[in-house]
Design a protein around this ligand. Structure first.
Ligand code: ARG
Length: 461
């Protein structure tokens, strides 16, 4: 049958249910242009090995160009009888250049090295798009941090009031993981940059074809050193699924905070109308759907990664048809992030922060207790005792329904004689924040330094 790449040893075609299981054109068609790029490179390798004349090569390349134009315009699509993108495009080429020439292209290659190469080419291209989406989110965080540089907020651990921090410091704390994700994409690209073309089915090619030539044609840094590994390995696809899942998880942590912050109880942010939704029944509602969908999709991305790892576990070398199952999970993760990243960027860049409310809450929950202890340490009190004394001050305030910032000189002697009125000078959010001025701390100068570093990192994406 047309589009079937085998048949000589078979008396008949596949059963309908067999074909329905086998067919992959509905998801691997997105690799068509990469497949055609591989075919061009392979045709050149055939010519340089003397297996195509110059005229044949020219006719072959013209046929591939014509086919590509039809694929791009949609004039050529997979037929119901095509099993996968590779077989379909061979059929399309044969229809354009005839069976005599078109039938020569498959020499020395297998769908096994073809697909292993195409998925790397495709991932290299797509991960660049993901990197741009990551950049959008980092820029949105950076701009909000810059705008609100000196504004304080309650910093939390265990979601409990901990110490005051700058809102800008907190926002940049979400930028750094995303910048590391970008670094992961760069690292992965270095590993993806080797072409399996020439590995053929598993043992390598016997026709004098040069894998390095094909690799260079396709923009790889070189060809793989082992043809079995080249066709059987999918660790790089799994690594891509991991990086994508990690991005999803990092976005989800931002999303969770935006969801909390936009509640009446927190009241830290208001979402822009364009980046939120209403309720069909409750007229007052403004829901953080972007954040919720991002948080939900993270679960899906994790599922794609774990599903793929489960598929790979225990597969013997070399190619097994199970490997066809690598594509849909990673394609889905890419597709999800393509829509999630710009939406998250839009939501973040249009958030209105209620900095007065955040400033009001920053000293609450005894968040300056550590500053009291640190002040005592500067008076030469051992920290363990300082911790006890500051804790006693908290207990004193809690019993009287007051905050540490409500303490006056008259309160201090009954807490501990080492608390002299000078301690009241450190009981301010601004003082607490300013005192954390070492590299990486929340003092404004340290955050300004961070902003410069984030800006440089953004430019490198
Ligand atoms: N559609 C296959 C895949 O995605 C291509 C390789 C098929 N190779 C084979 N020997 N059946 O893995």
């Amino acid at each position: 049958a047309q589009g079937r790449l085998w048949g000589g040893r078979f008396a008949g075609g596949p059963a309908d249910a067999m074909f329905a299981l086998s067919v992959s054109t509905h998801f691997d068609w997105r690799l068509a242009r990469h497949d055609l790029a591989g075919s061009r490179a392979h045709a050149k390798a055939l010519a340089s090995a003397g297996l195509l004349t110059d005229d044949e090569l020219a006719a072959m390349l013209a046929g591939i160009d014509a086919l590509e134009a039809d694929v791009v315009s949609g004039a050529y699509t997979a037929a119901a009888t095509d099993e996968d993108v590779h077989g379909s495009l061979e059929r399309g080429l044969i229809e354009r250049v005839g069976p005599e020439l078109g039938g020569r292209l498959r020499a020395g290659r297998s769908r096994n090295d073809q697909i292993a190469t195409l998925i790397r080419l495709y991932l290299r291209d797509e991960l660049r798009v993901v990197a741009e989406g990551v950049q959008l989110v980092v820029v949105a965080l950076y701009e909000q941090a810059r705008t609100h540089l000196g504004a304080p907020m309650p910093g939390r651990t265990h979601l409990q009031s901990a110490q005051p921090v700058l809102l800008s410091h907190h926002l940049l704390a979400h930028a750094w993981p995303l910048l590391r994700d970008f670094g992961r994409i760069q690292d992965l690209d270095r590993r993806l940059a080797f072409s399996p073309y020439g590995s053929a089915a598993l043992a390598g090619t016997s026709l004098g074809l040069d894998p390095e030539l094909v690799a260079a044609e396709l923009g790889f840094n070189g060809s793989v050193p082992n043809s079995i590994d080249g066709t059987a390995a999918r660790d790089l696809v799994a690594e891509a699924a991991f990086v994508l899942a990690m991005i999803g998880v990092d976005l989800s942590r931002i999303a969770e905070e935006v969801i909390l912050w936009s509640t009446v109880e927190f009241g830290f942010v208001t979402l822009d109308d364009a980046w939120s939704t209403g309720s069909s029944i409750m007229p007052q509602k403004k829901n953080p759907d972007v954040a919720e969908l991002a948080r939900g999709k993270a679960g899906r991305l994790i599922g794609n990664l774990t599903g793929l790892l489960a598929t790979l576990k225990g597969l013997p070398l070399a190619y097994n048809r199970d490997l066809q199952e690598d594509k849909e999970p990673v394609f889905d993760s890419l597709d999800q992030l393509r829509v999630v990243l710009p939406a998250m960027a839009g939501m973040i860049e249009t958030l209105t922060f209620h900095t007065d409310r955040m400033a009001e809450l920053a000293p609450r929950g005894f968040s300056l207790a550590t500053d009291v202890a640190d002040w005592l340490v500067r008076q030469r009190v051992p920290f363990a005792q300082a911790h006890e004394i500051s804790g006693a001050a908290v207990r004193y305030c809690e019993a009287r329904g007051m905050e540490l910032t409500d303490l006056t000189a008259a309160d201090l002697p009954s807490i501990d004689e080492r608390l002299t009125p000078e301690v009241l000078s450190v009981l301010s959010v601004a003082g607490s924040i300013a005192s954390r001025n070492a590299r990486g701390g929340t003092a404004q100068a340290a955050v300004e330094q961070q902003l410069r570093e984030v800006n440089d990192a953004i430019d490198s994406i």
